[in-house]
Design a protein around this ligand. Sequence first.
Ligand code: DLZ
Length: 154
Amino acid sequence: MPTIGVVDTTFARFNMGKAAIDEIQQNMSAKIIRRTVPGVKDLPVAAKKLIEEEGCEIVMALGMPGSKEQDKICAHEASTGIIQAQLMTNTHIIEVFVHEDEARDENELVFLMDQRSREHALNVVKMLSRPEKMIKEAGTGQRQGFEDVGPARM
Ligand SMILES: Cc1nc2c(=O)[nH]c(=O)nc-2n(C[C@H](O)[C@H](O)[C@H](O)CO)c1C
């Protein structure tokens, strides 16, 4: 049984970790270790610790960058840290960010945060247990949250 790490934030306006865990549990048997940190910049080290200290084979890092300029800078720094943690540990950390201003209103924000968390959880399930399914989806214009855009046509 694989061990999956899930780390989310208190800054986010929706319980992304709960949605991701619910989706994983509906689709595979796994040991799930969850952590919650204040904000996105705290995700990289939390994910690295889940890999190195708890033996997680893959980690989901979920967060919500706010709509202000300093939030966007913060999100970029967090992303860079997450990539660095992946390279340091040779392990996938699936970044699941929903930018607050992607949504038109609070209803859409909740929908998007739930849906993106769940769809990336399904990606994690596929990456761990059915990598051939990911290969089948190569180039198909998948999007997590909003509708898939589909493949480009000539
Ligand atoms: C400006 C800012 N913006 C965000 C954000 O948009 N989303 C988020 O999750 N966290 C933000 N934070 C908090 C930092 O990520 C971090 O939690 C603190 O700097 C403490 O390390 C900060 C400081």
